[in-house]
Design a protein around this ligand. Structure first.
Ligand code: NAD
Length: 698
């Protein structure tokens, strides 16, 4: 049973009961219509109240039904709402806490609505690339007014019930209950008041007009177009609300339905749905049960207050967790502290942070030069220089001072976490927490699981990631973990494109048109070309069979390390971040090409995109095969949140599924023929070959 039925005097009470948020899955819909039928059949019942058990009225669709035929099985939400509208006895929705999506559409089908103070009200379908498909675009503008309804539908953002109730002329809520605790009693009393009202009011009968008519919708389209960019849904939301002002209710509903079904078939919706589910799945690790006990984290220590240490510390301060930063030198400590303060001050200047919050956060921060001051911390995160000798010394100290059970984490980008763990007497307590720069901004956190990392350590840091608003993905130990391991073939391929005839600007343009936040060369200039240079020098010795274009080395030999030196693949004017194509670099590439005897050829944008994206896909498949990532959706999360892969493409692995793995592998085989430098590059990962043979997907 996913809805409870009781009778309180002459009022029937139907309580949605499908934890956690009373999703409107099939069983809940059946229970709701059964309850309605019972109430209508009971002559003693004169009115019906619908509410939700627990922490929500209803969060809308049941995500376990996403994409399954069950979502449309009768009674579907449209039929349930029609049944409520048709009820000869008044139906009152008593909404509280969360009233979103289908939940709000359900309430809009009732004759009356009472909201508790603080209820979050939203139609968030646009965030999944859809529009509300059960009357939301037709009823909300009638109940609330065209402009506020359009804002809610296009943004998908929640608005508090009391703010909606304050809108002039609104008919969404008939009454506000001062707290969720009194809501039910007030709703039952209200039900008695309206028990004899006839005819019963219906939202569908309300007028729907905007004083400026179609001019307003044109204005709205112009506003939304730029923001919607790669997504069709926001503009379709405007079309549907406009239809509510132009058509009869019934025709408007048909328009909404058609538009909704068309959006369901778009790649953008599939990408957003994939990411929504991928995010939820990311924190689930196959062999770490959901009920694994967590270690308490009440205080954190950070070693090193450089670029990463400062940002990492800010995450915890923002979440109200006290932090102690340790540095080797007082000057470095002072510098680090000043940077943290400056970052907060700039947030205050931009109006993103209240001044008293700044002081509150800084009050949680303490500093030290002595390891002994860290002994009580529950978690310590090391962010010192990327040098194994330095890290070894730090972890020896940590092993000496930290209390038993403390979690010892490293932010290393490239070093062997198992080696670091083995420095200590407690490798089970060691884990990698690979933040991305700037660490207080970037949403991604790669959690690196060492061979000996304890399950409760993993579960604890995954839970902690949520607290500091990061999306965490678990990676096994390998060179570069998930993200940087995939960047390597991507950047190598970009280098080969230069050898064959491209300029850096042409490659970047093609990738940015595809939707990447930044092309590979702009990205390298931002990260610092010297970092890749150091990694290559190591790999030339350790893995001489792996070939790279020489162009990146030639660039570094000229000291062109990127934005920080004012010159990299591009030129940068002092104090500016705009990448200006460099004639000197183009000439260097041409001379290099000539020295190899290569005649440049014209390479299409399509080929550039395919070669770079499929390079990611092939390495991603190997990462899956090696067990470094648990699932392909984790890889998509890493690329979207850490590397600016376009959201509307759903991540490299999802994109490969969309293109069709058969086509991806066929393209790789084609590229293998024209590859100048390294034919083995395009050897498809065995996993891809197996999936193609099985007609399957990643
Ligand atoms: P950084 O040079 O900006 O900062 C390192 C800090 O550590 C300095 O303030 C230094 O004084 C301090 N330090 C050095 N040795 C120390 C010691 N023995 N005890 C205490 N403090 C010490 O470097 P960063 O960019 O912040 O990188 C730190 C770590 O984070 C590295 O392991 C790096 O690979 C990793 N990382 C960096 C990035 C990035 O984009 N910069 C991204 C992810 C991970």
């Amino acid at each position: 049973m996913s809805a409870d039925y009781t009778v309180q005097g002459p009022v029937a009470l139907i309580t949605l009961n499908n934890p956690p948020v009373n999703g409107l899955g099939l069983a809940t819909r059946v229970a709701l219509t059964d309850g309605l039928a019972r109430a209508l059949a009971d002559e003693a019942v004169t009115a019906i109240v619908i509410t939700g058990a627990g922490k929500a009225f209803s969060g809308g669709a049941d995500i376990t039904e996403f994409g399954s035929p069950k979502a449309f099985q009768e009674p579907n939400l449209l039929s349930v709402i029609l049944a409520l509208e048709a009820s000869p006895k008044p139906v009152i929705a008593a909404v509280h806490s969360v009233c979103m999506g289908g939940g709000l559409e359900l309430a809009l089908g009732c004759h009356y609505r009472i909201a508790a103070l603080g209820c979050q009200v939203a139609l968030p379908e646009v965030k999944l690339g859809l529009l509300p498909g059960a009357g939301g675009t037709q009823r909300l503008p009638r109940a609330l007014g065209v402009e506020p309804a359009l804002n809610m539908i296009v943004s998908g953002e929640p608005v508090k019930s009391e703010h909606l109730l304050a809108l002039p002329g609104q008919k969404l809520f008939d009454k506000l209950a001062m707290s969720p605790d009194t809501l039910l009693a007030e709703a039952l009393a209200f039900a008695l008041e309206v028990a004899n009202v006839r005819p019963l009011p219906l939202v569908r009968h309300l007028p729907c007009k905007h004083p400026q008519g179609d001019g307003y919708f044109q204005f709205a389209r112009n506003m939304v177009k730029g923001m919607a960019k790669h997504f069709p849904a926001p503009l379709k939301c405007i079309d549907a609300v406009q239809a509510a002002t132009q058509k009869t209710f019934v025709d408007g509903m048909a328009f909404e339905r058609d538009t909704f079904l068309n959006l369901m078939w778009t790649p953008e919706h599939r990408a957003l749905k994939h990411l929504f589910l991928a995010e939820r799945a990311a924190s689930k690790v196959p062999d770490v049960p959901a009920d694994t006990g967590l270690r308490a984290i009440h205080s954190v220590a950070v070693i090193g207050s450089g670029t990463m240490g400062g940002g990492i510390a800010m995450n915890f301060l923002n979440a109200g967790v006290p932090v102690t930063i340790l540095e080797a030198q007082p000057e470095a400590l002072a510098r680090g502290l000043a940077t943290i303060r400056k970052n907060y001050e700039s947030q205050v200047k931009k109006g993103k942070l209240k001044p008293d919050k700044l002081e509150q956060r800084l009050a949680l921060l303490s500093t030290t030069l002595s390891y002994d001051d860290l002994k009580d911390a529950d978690l310590v995160i090391e962010a010192v220089f990327e040098d194994m000798g330095v890290k070894e010394a730090v972890f020896r100290e940590l092993d000496r001072v930290m209390k038993p059970g403390a979690i010892l984490a490293s932010n290393t980008s490239t070093l062997d976490l198992n080696h670091i763990a083995a420095i200590t007497q407690r490798p089970q307590d060691v884990v990698g927490l690979h933040f991305f720069s700037p660490a207080n901004v970037m949403k991604l956190l790669e959690v690196v699981r060492g061979d000996k990392t304890a399950k409760d350590v993993l579960a604890t840091v995954l839970a902690l990631a949520k607290k500091i608003k990061k999306t965490a993905v678990v990676s096994g130990v390998c060179d570069g973990f998930i993200g940087n391991r995939m960047v390597d073939p991507y950047i190598r391929q970009a280098g080969f494109l230069l050898d064959e005839g491209c300029t850096p600007a042409q490659v970047d343009r093609a990738m940015e048109k595809f939707g990447m936040a930044m092309g590979p060369f702009r990205m390298s200039d931002l990260a610092g070309n010297d970092i890749g240079w150091a990694i290559r020098k190591r790999r030339y010795v350790e893995a001489p069979q792996v070939k790279y274009s020489r162009t990146a080395d030639l660039l570094c030999e000229q000291g062109r390390f990127g934005q920080k030196t004012g010159a990299g693949w591009y030129d940068y004017l002092p104090g500016k971040r705009d990448a200006v194509p460099s004639a000197q670099v183009v000439q260097m590439i041409e001379e290099h090409r000539a020295s190899l005897g290569i005649t440049p050829r014209k390479i299409s944008d399509d080929e550039i995109v395919q070669r770079l994206v499929y390079a990611l896909v092939n390495e991603g498949a190997r990462i899956l095969e090696d067990g470094i990532a648990n699932k392909s959706s984790d890889i998509d999360i890493v690329y979207i949140y850490g590397y600016g892969f376009p959201v509307h493409r759903g991540g490299p692995m999802h994109y490969a599924n969309e293109v069709g793995l058969f086509n991806v592998v066929a393209a790789m085989q084609r590229f293998a023929h024209n590859q100048l430098d390294d034919a083995s590059f395009w050897q498809p990962a065995p996993l891809l070959q197996r999936l193609v043979a099985a007609g399957s997907t990643l």
